[in-house]
Unconditional design. Structure first.
Length: 168
């Protein structure tokens, strides 16, 4: 097994471990504190955990299958079932991220963003103000729109790969 594949597998294990913690807390297996007013809904932790866990599984699968280092694509000799598993495990990740960004941008409740910029020795900071919250929601809104565009393009790409048009 090549070194790059071993690194994919190792990073996959790290991703799975990181994702397992919030998943187990969301499922009630790990203890958590009772929700406080203003806390994010519990599904947020589950979504984050699932995204990391699936990313770890996909990285491991690609490492075991000998995916290309430059593109991440599985070799053309990979069995169709392995290609399907790779696609089905990878597709929920951008959906979960787009959902998270959408909730931050549009979900109920207050948001607390801090914005800062520096230029050498001088710095500007905006604390937890209404302006900072609005700017943060707008930024996450742009991220959500971009995320849903990525999800759509991935679905189109996946459909074209799995259901090619018959040319006459």
């Amino acid at each position: 097994m090549q070194t790059a594949n071993k690194i994919h597998i190792a990073m996959g294990l790290v991703g799975m471990a990181v994702g397992t913690i919030p998943l187990l807390a969301w499922l009630g297996i790990l203890p958590t504190r009772p929700p406080a007013p203003g806390d994010a809904p519990a599904w947020i932790g589950g979504a984050i955990g699932l995204a990391f866990f699936l990313a770890g599984v996909v990285a491991m699968l690609r490492g075991v299958a000998g995916a290309s280092d430059s593109t991440g694509e599985l070799p053309v000799t990979a069995p169709r079932a392995l290609r399907a598993a790779n696609s089905l495990l990878a597709m929920p990740i951008p959906v979960l991220l787009a959902l998270l960004f959408t909730w931050v941008a549009l979900g109920p409740g207050e948001r607390h963003f801090s914005i800062g910029a520096s230029n050498g020795g001088s710095a500007i900071a905006m604390g937890h103000s209404a302006g900072g919250d609005t700017i943060g929601r707008i930024a996450f809104g742009f991220g959500a729109v971009l995320g849903w565009i990525i999800v759509g393009s991935m679905l189109v790409s996946l459909a074209r790969r799995w259901f090619p048009r018959q040319r006459s």
